[in-house]
Design a protein. Structure first.
Length: 316
């Protein structure tokens, strides 16, 4: 299995690490990059609060468009409410902020299931102009139904995504939402989202402007593919992402036997367990119609366990 990787781009901008020791003259313009603010609790006793305070003093906060909260300390002990509260307290200075990502940690810093999150919807309330919100980690994650007029993209990456989080997202009023990316994860790490929980999303009634849907990194990927095959939401999509999960021939066959997918720009199935014959069937059915199909990262089940040996790309 693969761990989550650091972001290299966010909010349409390249990522740059803020470091209080760096010469200010070498920094890009505040609005030209996505700024990642992190501390290393193993090499430096400096708290995230101090690093963030230096960031606000040394980079023009009024110009910052994208902010990434990296490691804020011992992320498996302190919840993300610590940095989130500090960012919210600075809302009056971060007047151009359009994108926030909470928890950009690699596996070497904290496994994705160790990252202790919190109520991330507090950011939506504090920043009415926010267009993109990203979160990594499902432990202690809280997402009560929220209302936000301008959010266009929401990503939640988890090794196990609790069903109450999914229900909170789908009960939210997000009329501008165009992109939704959910990593469901596995049951061993609180990933208990079911097809019933996803029903409001698949019905196509929740987010009228949605055109990019990712429901991925799941151990029930075949069941999801079968449900998607007849889901009304598909008609409004340009991109359908069912990658990083346990998708096999049965799920791919259901997709091909369901409603037409020839209107898609991209069908992303990377990290899959399809046979070569089924992969060719998918390509032959869609690529002549201009659909880009990503079938990279073909996987093999562990040992001799067959379908039971399939695994998601990111779990622990």
């Amino acid at each position: 299995m693969y761990g989550a990787q650091h972001l290299h781009e966010f909010g349409g901008l390249p990522v740059v690490d803020f470091q209080h020791t760096t010469d200010e003259g070498s920094w890009p313009a505040a609005d030209a990059v996505a700024w990642r603010v992190s501390v290393d609790p193993y090499d430096d006793d400096r708290p995230w609060e101090e690093e963030f305070a230096d960031f606000l003093d040394k980079v023009d906060p009024a110009g910052v468009r994208a902010l990434i909260i990296g490691q804020w300390g011992e992320a498996y002990e302190e919840t993300s409410s610590v940095p989130i509260d500090l960012v919210i307290a600075a809302a009056g200075r971060l007047t151009s902020l359009e994108a926030v990502f909470v928890g950009d940690l690699e596996a070497e810093q904290a496994e994705i299931t160790w990252i202790q999150q919190s109520d991330v919807t507090a950011l939506l309330a504090a920043f009415p102009a926010l267009a993109e919100l990203g979160v990594r980690g499902g432990s202690e994650l809280v997402f009560p139904p929220a209302k936000h007029e301008r959010l266009r993209a929401l990503t939640i990456q988890a090794g196990g995504l609790p069903s109450e989080v999914v229900r909170g997202v789908l009960d939210s009023e997000l009329p501008a939402l165009e992109r939704l990316d959910l990593w469901l994860g596995v049951s061993a790490y609180e990933g208990n989202t079911s097809l019933a929980d996803l029903a409001p999303l698949l019905s196509g009634t929740r987010f009228p402007r949605l055109n990019h849907l990712g429901v991925r990194n799941s151990e029930i990927q075949n069941e999801i593919a079968s449900a998607v095959a007849s889901a009304p939401v598909v008609a409004q999509l340009r991109v359908l992402d069912l990658s990083n999960g346990t998708l096999g021939d049965e799920g791919a066959a259901a997709l091909l036997e369901g409603q037409p997918l020839t209107h898609l720009e991209l069908l992303d199935l990377h990290h899959h367990f399809l046979t070569d014959a089924m992969a060719e069937r998918v390509r032959s059915a869609l690529e002549p119609h201009g659909v880009r199909v990503d079938l990279s990262e073909k996987c093999e089940p562990w040992g001799d366990r067959g379908a039971e040996g399939r695994y998601t790309a990111v779990s622990e």
